[in-house]
Design a protein around this ligand. Structure first.
Ligand code: FMN
Length: 239
């Protein structure tokens, strides 16, 4: 019941498939499934509603801070929709009627875009509707792994959350020189929210900054002005 597909256009999308180019790095496993970019020209966007975020947890903030550690091994079990929604809400969820979010933003301009990569698809998180929008169908994790210097967590985690930035939203007000600083500070805020939320959900995560920007952008079929800043593999702990 959690996942409600509001607008389905799979059949229409299938008429004009666009294959994502895969980096050809040596030793890179082939993707398990062919991938297909979903664009407005090929389909009405598939929108997947997320469960309402929980506002109570079992750990205190102090316990959560103490337990946060970079985790690089994960069980194979996929995240639930509730867990995924909670993590994305922690990153950029709306918490105020004026549209203000969980993470602070210089001038409340919100330059960050958050994506979730799972075995099923690449999704863009829409904070306004607290829902997912399908960006690429299929499992791009092997290609993302290649783009991230073959760091195992990117391949093994059931979900990789990607924080990207649209610098122009911030530079329009603060200028080209100051904006990158503000955007990067904000990515840190959002990333830490994700890392702490993962702990509170008894999940593990690691922030990853080492990757080829252009390859990640290509694999995720990001719009030209969405620049990836962080990959955060998240998964269930191996116990
Ligand atoms: C900006 C940044 C980039 C990072 N990039 C990577 C990375 O590419 N791969 C990785 O395994 N860990 C990465 N890390 C995680 C650090 O290795 C980790 O935070 C550090 O070893 C301290 O361990 P802790 O997170 O468990 O406290 C990164 C951390 C930060 C803050």
């Amino acid at each position: 019941m959690f996942a409600i597909v509001i607008a389905l256009a799979t059949l229409l999308a299938a008429c004009v498939p666009v294959t994502v180019a895969q980096p050809g790095a040596t030793g890179t496993p082939a993707p398990a499934m062919p991938t297909r970019v979903v664009t407005m020209s090929t389909a009405v966007a598939q929108v997947i509603a997320l469960p309402t975020p929980q506002l109570k947890g079992t750990l205190t903030l102090e316990e959560t801070l103490t337990q946060r550690r970079s985790v690089r091994e994960f069980a194979e079990t996929p995240l639930t929709q509730q867990e995924l929604g909670q993590l994305l809400w922690a990153a950029q969820g709306i918490t105020h009627p004026a549209g203000l979010r969980t993470a602070p933003s210089a001038g409340a301009l919100y330059p960050l875009e958050v994506y979730a990569v799972t075995r099923d698809a690449v999704y863009r998180y829409d904070p306004q509707g607290h829902h997912l929008v399908v960006q690429v169908q299929g499992d791009v994790r092997p290609a993302l792994y290649a783009a991230a210097l073959m760091q195992a967590p990117v391949l093994r985690a059931p979900c990789v959350i990607v924080i990207a930035a649209v610098y122009a939203r911030t530079s329009a007000k603060y200028g080209e020189e100051r904006a990158p600083r503000y955007v990067h500070l904000e990515a840190g805020h959002a990333a830490q929210n994700i890392l702490l939320q993962a702990v509170a959900l008894d999940l593990g995560a690691v922030p990853i900054g080492a990757f080829y920007d252009d390859k990640v952008k290509q694999v995720l079929a990001l719009p030209a002005d969405h620049d990836p800043l962080y990959l955060i593999p998240v998964g269930r702990l191996v116990k």
